[in-house]
Design a protein around this ligand. Structure first.
Ligand code: NAD
Length: 458
C-alpha cells in the first residue's frame, strides 16, 4: 500500500509517497539488521564512536536542508526546527562519546586474585517506533545510544514524518555499515510486524498505542520503554511576576501549536488568577501565527485535519460545559490546518479539557486557593510527564516540586524543553519502562552480563 505524507500548511503539497513496508519485508529487514548488528557489536568502541561522529558531521553538513524538510513535512516553525536539527547533531556527538565510556564494573571477587566483573552487551536489533512531532530528535535520541552500544536499528517512523526519517537514514547511512540502520515506512501494521521481530522496543507516541505496544512486547518477553502523552501543569505562585510568567507559559503552551508532549496544558494559579490570566491572554494573542517557514512564526498549523477538529471540538465542549473562551477557539481560514491559540478558564479540574491531552494549541487556566490545592489539581490527572513551578521563593519551589508526581520538574522554566544530557521520562500513564537519554539510555539498550574469573590453580 502506498503511504502519502503531506504538508500541514499546504495539504496539496505531497512531501513523499512511498510503499509501506509489508510484514514480509519487515521481517527480512530485521534479519539483515541483525546480521549487520552482530558485526557491529564485534567492532571496537573506537570504531563505533568514529562512525557516530561521521554521522553527526553528515547531519551538520545538511542541517539547513533537513530543517527545511521538517518545516515542510510536519509544520514545525523554522526556528524550532533548526534548533531540533542542531540538537540531533549534538545527540549523535554525545553518544559517540559515551561509546568510549567504561563498559562495566569490577566487584570484589571471592579471592584477591579472582575477578568478578559485570559488562554491558548490546541487545541485538532495537525497534524504534516514533511520533511525527520531533521527526529528527526523537529518532536520533533513540538510535544514537542504540548504535553507540552496539545494536542495529530499525526505525518505524510516524507516517506523517516519513520523508524526514528517510532523509536521516540516507544521510547517516554512509557513515555506518550497510543495513545497520533501516527505516521501515508505514503505519500500525508495519509497526506491529516490527514488534514481532526485533529484540527490544523503544516507543514514543500516544498512551493508547504505547500501552498496546507494551503488551505486545511483554508477551514476547522483550524489553520495552514507552514515552507517551502529557498534560503538563505550570503552577504560578502569587509572588511570581505575572507578565514574565505569562510570556513563558504562552510559549510553552502554544509554541509549535502545542504539539509537544512537554507542552503546558494547564496553568494552575494560586490566589487571585486575574493578573496572570489577563497577561496570558495578551501574550498568547501576541504570538505570531502563520507559515512555519517564516522565521518569526511561533505557532504553525496542527498536523492534520482531524487534529484541528479535535482542538475546535475541545474548545466548543469547554464552552458548553461552563468554561469561558478567553481567546481563540476557531479554525483558521485558508488551506492549512491552522487553529487559533486558545485559552479557556472557568472550568473545574475534572473537566475533560483539564483531564485529557488534546495535543494542540489549547490551554486551561485553573484557579486554586493555596499550594495544597495546587498540588492536588496538578497531580489529579493520569499523566505525569513535566511539572513546572513559578516563584521567587526557593523554599516553596522545592517544597512544591517534591510533591509533584512528574518525571521532570522545572522551576521558573517552561514545561517544554528537553536536555539530552539528562534522563528523560514521566510517571503514571506518561511513561512505561526505563528512562531515555543521558546516561540512562545505556540501561535500556544493553543487558548486563556478570563474569567470574578464578585463577586456574587455587
Ligand atoms: P501515535 O501513538 O498515534 O503514533 C506513534 C507511533 O506509533 C507512530 O509511528 C504510529 O504509526 C505507531 N503506531 C500506531 N499504532 C501502532 C500499533 N498498533 N503498533 C505499533 N505501532 C503503532 O502518536 P503520534 O500522534 O504520532 O504522536 C503524538 C503523541 O505522542 C502525543 O500523545 C504526545 O504526547 C506523544 N509524545 C510523547 C513524547 C514523550 O517523550 N513522552 C514525545 C513526543 C510525543
Amino acid at each position: 500500500m502506498a503511504l502519502q505524507s503531506r504538508s500541514p500548511q499546504r495539504p496539496d503539497d505531497l512531501v513523499v509517497e512511498v510503499e509501506e513496508a509489508a510484514a514480509g519485508a519487515v521481517a527480512a529487514a530485521v534479519e539483515r539488521a541483525r546480521a549487520a548488528g552482530r558485526r557491529w557489536a564485534a567492532a571496537s568502541a573506537l570504531e563505533r564512536s568514529a562512525a557516530l561522529v561521521a554521522a553527526a558531521d553528515a547531519l551538520a553538513g545538511a542541517a539547513d536542508e533537513v530543517t527545511d524538510l521538517a518545516v515542510r513535512e510536519v509544520g514545525k516553525p523554522l526556528t524550532e526546527a533548526a534548533a531540533e536539527t542542531g540538537r540531533g547533531v549534538g545527540i549523535l556527538r554525545y553518544y559517540a562519546q559515551q561509546a568510549l565510556d567504561p563498559d562495566g564494573e569490577i566487584y570484589p571477587g571471592p579471592s584477591p586474585a579472582a575477578l568478578l566483573l559485570s559488562r554491558r552487551r548490546p541487545r541485538g536489533v532495537a525497534g524504534l517506533v516514533t511520533p511525527w512531532n520531533f521527526p529528527v530528535a526523537i529518532p536520533l535520541w533513540k538510535a544514537a545510544p542504540a548504535l553507540a552500544f552496539g545494536n542495529a536499528v530499525t526505525l518505524k517512523p510516524s507516517p506523517e514524518a516519513t520523508a524526514v526519517a528517510l532523509r536521516l537514514a540516507e544521510l547517516l547511512g554512509p557513515a555506518l555499515p550497510e543495513d545497520l540502520l533501516q527505516v521501515l515506512p508505514g503505519g500500525a501494521e508495519t509497526g506491529t510486524a516490527m514488534l514481532e521481530a526485533v529484540d527490544c522496543i523503544s516507543f514514543t507516541g500516544s498512551v493508547a498505542v504505547g500501552h498496546q505496544v507494551a503488551v505486545a512486547a511483554t508477551e514476547r518477553g522483550i524489553p520495552i520503554q514507552a514515552e507517551m502523552g502529557g498534560l503538563n501543569a505550570a503552577i504560578v505562585l502569587p509572588d511570581a511576576d505575572p507578565e514574565r510568567v505569562a510570556g513563558v507559559v504562552a510559549g510553552a503552551a502554544m509554541g509549535y501549536a502545542g504539539q509537544k508532549c512537554t507542552a503546558t496544558s494547564r496553568a494552575i494559579v494560586v490566589g487571585d488568577p486575574r493578573p496572570f490570566t489577563e497577561a496570558l491572554v495578551a501574550a498568547v494573542e501576541g504570538l505570531a501565527v502563520g507559515d512555519p517557514a517564516e522565521e518569526a512564526t511561533v505557532v504553525g498549523p496542527v498536523i492534520t485535519e482531524p487534529a484541528r477538529r479535535r482542538v475546535v471540538e475541545a474548545a466548543e465542549e469547554a464552552a458548553a460545559g461552563g468554561g469561558r473562551l478567553l481567546t481563540g477557539g476557531a479554525a483558521g481560514d485558508g488551506a492549512g490546518w491552522f487553529v487559533a491559540p486558545t485559552v479557556v478558564d472557568g472550568l473545574g479540574p475534572d473537566a475533560r479539557l483539564a483531564q485529557e491531552e488534546v495535543f494542540g494549541p489549547i490551554a486551561v487556566v485553573l484557579a486554586v486557593a493555596d499550594e495544597d490545592e495546587a498540588v492536588r489539581v496538578a497531580n489529579g490527572v493520569r499523566y505525569g510527564l513535566v511539572g513546572s513551578v513559578f516563584t521567587r521563593d526557593l523554599d516553596r519551589a522545592l517544597g512544591l516540586a517534591a510533591r509533584l508526581d512528574t518525571g521532570l520538574i522545572r522551576v521558573n522554566a517552561p514545561t517544554s524543553g528537553v536536555d539530552y544530557l539528562a534522563p528523560f521520562g514521566g510517571e503514571k500513564d506518561s511513561s512505561f519502562g526505563p528512562r531515555e537519554q543521558g546516561k540512562a539510555a545505556r540501561d535500556f539498550y544493553t543487558s548486563t552480563r556478570t563474569i567470574t574469573i578464578l585463577p586456574a590453580e587455587a
